[in-house]
Write a protein that binds this ligand. Structure first.
Ligand SMILES: *Cc1c(COP(=O)(O)O)cnc(C)c1O
Length: 391
């Protein structure tokens, strides 16, 4: 394909293509929920919770208003309070640490693995030392499944078990992925998901969920998301939140979940095309053996000095790109005051300057993707390839 060939506007994440596929069923589902009139915790919510649990293999799924609340509710369930510390990566969306700070506890940032961009399990011991040195009680680890690939849970679970730490998997970007045969949702004490529209399983507004295999946690979370209600709605037995998944969003998610398996497969095809089209010129994603990414993002790395020019060149050709994330949390205004494990986060800080994400969604057709790849190759012609371990 030549670079002059006209292409329709390229979307970073094309939600219209999915609508064209499931639009009619979706409209019936939405109008059905509107007409039934059970707008709060209608039957669609329980049905979606059951289907999501079946999809991932978790014993329980509890819908929440969004993925950030889902994290906050898990931390409330753990009784997190001031003086407690939670170990989490800094190379993530702010919500991961925000929920910890809500409860007056302290996030301690750990560095990431340079190949996967996820929490480096080898850095956890240093983070624990940092907590102890600061007089904080480490209570939990929040691992993030960044860009759709699950964190290295064998090592993280072993560390948490050894040190009596709870494990929360922030799978806002990873729901639908699997780690050595286990799907996001069944690992650790809790897994949180987000249905923000741009996530792999997105609704038409805000939505989230918590998955757990523990019966007592399931009951506690159902209470926490509903103002801490007891058996009877006007006997509130604890301080909770108002954070339920809307009936309308659950109706939408039921339709989307029905095609999700198929979309996950389509995402593998799109990612493989990018791999073969770009791997000789840019550092392309590394997926761990026996793991399947849900490809929330397809993120490559280019030298820091070339990134702006790379993005500008693609933009000039109508190809949108995004940087997730230009600054790790330890460099952001609201989060600078929180401790970092050991002497700093060199990998997070370097990677933040080099990453750039390309358009990624299950409906990216071959011709459009060939155009994107050609545009990227042209922009990378004189740019040295980033190699791992050069920081
Ligand atoms: C999107 C996201 C969240 C928050 O989800 P919301 O539903 O937008 O509240 C949390 N963590 C990560 C890593 C995310 O990407």
């Amino acid at each position: 394909m030549t670079m002059n060939m006209p292409v329709p506007p390229i979307e970073f994440i094309d939600l219209k293509a999915q609508r064209a596929r499931i639009g009619a069923r979706m409209e019936r589902a939405i109008m059905g929920a509107v007409e039934a009139g059970q707008y709060i915790l209608g039957p669609q919510v329980a049905e979606f919770e059951q289907k999501m649990a079946a999809f991932c293999g978790a014993k329980h799924v509890i819908g929440t208003a969004n993925g950030t609340d889902a994290l906050g509710i898990c931390l409330m369930a753990l009784g997190l309070r001031p003086g407690d510390a939670v170990i989490c990566p800094a190379f993530t969306f702010a919500a991961t640490a925000e929920a910890v700070a809500w409860l007056g506890a302290t996030p301690i940032f750990v560095d990431i693995d340079e190949a996967t961009y996820n929490m480096d399990p080898k850095a956890l011991a240093v983070a624990l030392d940092t907590a102890t040195r600061l007089g904080l009680k480490a209570k939990a680890v929040i691992a993030v499944d960044l860009f759709g690939q699950m964190a290295d849970y064998d090592a993280i679970e072993a560390f948490c078990a050894e040190h009596g730490l709870k494990l929360i998997c922030d799978s806002a970007q990873g729901f639908g992925a699997s780690y050595k045969g286990r799907r996001a949702g069944v690992i650790g004490d809790f897994t949180t998901a987000s249905f923000f529209p741009a996530k792999p399983l997105g609704c038409y507004g805000d939505g989230g969920a918590i998955a757990t295999n523990d019966d007592a946690s399931d009951a506690l979370i159902r209470s926490l998301r509903f103002h801490g209600k007891g058996d009877y709605k006007y006997d509130n037995v604890r301080i909770g939140m108002n954070s339920r998944l809307d009936t309308l969003q659950a109706a939408i998610l039921l339709e989307k979940l029905a095609v999700f398996e198929d979309e996950i497969a389509a995402r593998q095809v799109v990612a493989a095309r990018y791999d073969s089209g770009l791997a000789d010129m840019a550092l392309t994603p590394f997926i761990m053996p026996e793991c399947v990414s849900v490809w929330a993002q397809y993120t490559i790395r280019v030298p820091a000095a070339s990134r702006d020019a790379f993005q500008a060149a693609l933009k000039a050709k109508g190809v949108p790109t995004t940087v997730y994330y230009p600054k790790p949390l330890n460099e952001q205004t609201a989060y600078k005051r929180f401790p970092v494990a050991g002497n700093g986060l060199p990998v997070s800080e370097r990677v933040a300057k080099e990453v750039v994400s390309l358009p990624m969604h299950p409906y990216l057709d071959e011709a459009t993707q060939a155009y994107i790849i050609a545009a990227a190759r042209e922009a990378l012609a004189d740019v040295p390839k980033v190699k791992l371990g050069q920081g």
